[in-house]
Ligand binder design. Structure first.
Ligand SMILES: Nc1ncnc2c1ncn2[C@@H]1O[C@H](COP(=O)(O)OP(=O)(O)OP(=O)(O)O)[C@@H](O)[C@H]1O
Ligand SMILES: [Mg+2]
Length: 473
C-alpha cells in the first residue's frame, strides 16, 4: 500500500532523529563528567607527588632510611601506593611492599619518563574503578636523583560515573519506548486522514461526485482535502450541467416530434380528408421538421459552449406564435376530448427567441390538455396590459393541490406520477423550462388554482416599444 510507504519513511526518519539525539545525550555528559574527574584527580595527585618530590629534594642522594624518615613525616594518606626510586629506577621506598621490594627495578613507563625529567599523569576508568598514576622527578640542584610514583584507585567516584551512565541509559530506554508509541499513534492518525482523502478521490473516480473529504488539522493534508473538494465541486457542477443539457435537449426535441407524429396520424386515420387539408397538414409537418432542425442547430451551438443565456432577438408576434402552437395541439385535444378555445388580441409584439417562446406556449397548453378531464375545456387568452403581453392558459382539469404549487416549476417535479395515465413522455421538465425561458426574456410566470376547479397559468412578457414607424409584419 502506497500510504504506508510514505508513513514508514516519515516514521523511520523521525525515529532516526530521536535515536541520534539520544546517543548524544548519553555520551556527552558522561564524557564530560569523566574528564572533570580526571582533571581533579590529576591536580590532586600531581600536587601530592610534587610535595613529596620537593621534600625529598633536600637530600643529596636517595637512601632508603632517609627517604623512610621523610616519608614518615609526610602524611601521604589518600594514595594507595607510593613508590620512590633512585635515579636508576630502583625502589628505595614502597608504601605497600615495604622493605621486601627494596632494590628492585621499577620499569613502569611513567617512572622512566619521570627520570627523564617529565611530569607524568595517567588515569583510566575501567570496570567501575578509576585508577590514577602520577610520577614526578626528584630534582636536586638541577639533576634528577630519583622519581616519586603515586598510584591510586577510586571506586566511589567511578561508581558515580557508572550510575550516571545507567540513569541516562534507562531514561533513553523510556524515551525510545515513548517515541515508538508516539510514532505508531501519529502514523495511524496520519494514515486515517490520508485514507479519508484517498477514499473520497476513489469515489469521485468511480463517478460519485457527491463524495467529499473532510480532513481537519490546519496542515497540508487539510489543504489537500480542500483542493480535492474544490475539484469535486467542479466535477459535480459539470455533471449537473451535462445532465441538464441532455434532458433539456431531449425535451426540446420531443415537442416537434410529437407534433409531427400527431399530424401524420390524423392524415392517415381520417378517411377522405380533403386535399387542401392534407396539404395544410403536410405543410405543418414541414414547418415542425424545420423547427426540429433549428432546435438541433441550437443544441449543437450550445455544445460549442455558446452562452446559453444569450437570447436570439427576433420580433415575435405572440398572436401568431400562439395560434401556431394551438394548431399543433388540436389533435391532442381532440384525442383527449378536450375543448380548446382561444381569444388572442393582435399587436402583442415582443423581442424574443421565437422557438423558445413557442416551447413555452406549447408546454403550458399541452399540460392544460394532458391534465384535464374528458369533456373538459382549455381557454387561452392573450392581451396587452400596462406595457406587457399577458398570456393566460385556463383549464377545467384536475388541478394541483395548494401545498404542491410551490414545487411545480422545479426540474423533474411531477405532482402525482399516477396521474399521467401511462404517458411515458412525461418528464416533469416542461414547467421548469417555461419558467427559465420566461425569466430569461424578462417576464414572469405564475400558477393559480381556479375557484371553479382546474388551473390558471399566467405569463407576462414585456411588450416591444413601438417606435411610431408602424409595424412591419
Ligand atoms: N394544468 C395543469 N393541471 C394540473 N396539473 C398540472 C398542470 N400543469 C402541470 N401540472 C402538474 O405539474 C407537473 C409538472 O409539469 P411539467 O409540465 O413540468 O412536467 P410534465 O408535464 O409531467 O412532463 P413534461 O416534461 O413532458 O412537460 C405535472 O407532472 C403535473 O402533475
Ligand atoms: Mg408538461
Amino acid at each position: 500500500m502506497l500510504q504506508y510507504g510514505l508513513q514508514l519513511k516519515y516514521a523511520v526518519s523521525y525515529f532516526a532523529v530521536i535515536l541520534l539525539s539520544l546517543a548524544f545525550i548519553n555520551v556527552i555528559p558522561v564524557v564530560r563528567y569523566r574528564d572533570l574527574l580526571f582533571e581533579s584527580k590529576y591536580s590532586t595527585m600531581q600536587n601530592q607527588a610534587s610535595l613529596i618530590a620537593s621534600s625529598l629534594s633536600s637530600l643529596n642522594t636517595l637512601h632508603s632510611d632517609e627517604v623512610q624518615k621523610v616519608m614518615e613525616l609526610l602524611d601521604e594518606a589518600g594514595a594507595a601506593r607510593v613508590i620512590v626510586t633512585d635515579e636508576e629506577a630502583r625502589v628505595v621506598y614502597d608504601s605497600v611492599d615495604g622493605a621486601s621490594s627494596q632494590g628492585r627495578y621499577v620499569l613502569f613507563s611513567e617512572v622512566i619518563l619521570a627520570l627523564e625529567g617529565k611530569n607524568v599523569f595517567n588515569a583510566q576508568l575501567r570496570e567501575g574503578v578509576l585508577t590514577g598514576k602520577a610520577c614526578v622527578p626528584v630534582v636536586t640542584r638541577g639533576s634528577t636523583i630519583g622519581a616519586v610514583y603515586l598510584y591510586e584507585y577510586d571506586a566511589e567516584q567511578a561508581a558515580l560515573v557508572t550510575d550516571l551512565q545507567n540513569t541516562l541509559g534507562r531514561v533513553s530506554g523510556a524515551v525510545i519506548a515513548a517515541a515508538l508509541l508516539l510514532a505508531v499513534i501519529l502514523s495511524l492518525l496520519m494514515s486515517g486522514r490520508i485514507r479519508t482523502i484517498l477514499d473520497a478521490m476513489r469515489s469521485l473516480g468511480e463517478g460519485d461526485y457527491r463524495a467529499r473529504a473532510s480532513v481537519r488539522g490546519g496542515d497540508t493534508l487539510e489543504q489537500l482535502s480542500r483542493e480535492v473538494n474544490v475539484l469535486a465541486d467542479r466535477l459535480q457542477q459539470t455533471e449537473t450541467m451535462r445532465q441538464r443539457f441532455v434532458s433539456d435537449a431531449s425535451h426540446e426535441l420531443k415537442t416537434p416530434l410529437a407534433a409531427i407524429t400527431l399530424l401524420a396520424d390524423s392524415i392517415v386515420q381520417t378517411d377522405g380528408m380533403p386535399m387542401n387539408t392534407v396539404r395544410e397538414f403536410v405543410y405543418d409537418i414541414g414547418r415542425e421538421a424545420e423547427r426540429l432542425r433549428r432546435v438541433t442547430q441550437r443544441l449543437l451551438e450550445l455544445t460549442r459552449l455558446h452562452n446559453p443565456n444569450e437570447i436570439k432577438q427576433d420580433r415575435v408576434d405572440l398572436q401568431r406564435l400562439t395560434e401556431e402552437a394551438l394548431k399543433m395541439l388540436r389533435p391532442l385535444a381532440q384525442e383527449r376530448k378536450v375543448k380548446l378555445e382561444s381569444r388572442l388580441d393582435r399587436g402583442c409584439m415582443v423581442m424574443a427567441d421565437a422557438d423558445e417562446l413557442h416551447q413555452v406556449i406549447f408546454n403550458l397548453v399541452e399540460n392544460a390538455i394532458k391534465y384535464n378531464v374528458p369533456e373538459g375545456q382549455v381557454r387561452v387568452l392573450l392581451y396587452p396590459l400596462e406595457g406587457n403581453a399577458c398570456l393566460l392558459v385556463d383549464d377545467t382539469g384536475i388541478g394541483i393541490p395548494e401545498e404542491k404549487l410551490p414545487h411545480i416549476f422545479d426540474r423533474f417535479y411531477r405532482v402525482d406520477e399516477s396521474r399521467t395515465n401511462g404517458d411515458e413522455g412525461s418528464s416533469g421538465l416542461g414547467l421548469s423550462i417555461v419558467k427559465e425561458t420566461v425569466e430569461k426574456h424578462g417576464g414572469k410566470v405564475s400558477a393559480q388554482r381556479r375557484e371553479t376547479g382546474g388551473m390558471r397559468f399566467s405569463v407576462t412578457l414585456p411588450l416591444l416599444k413601438t417606435e411610431g414607424h408602424g409595424e412591419r409584419t
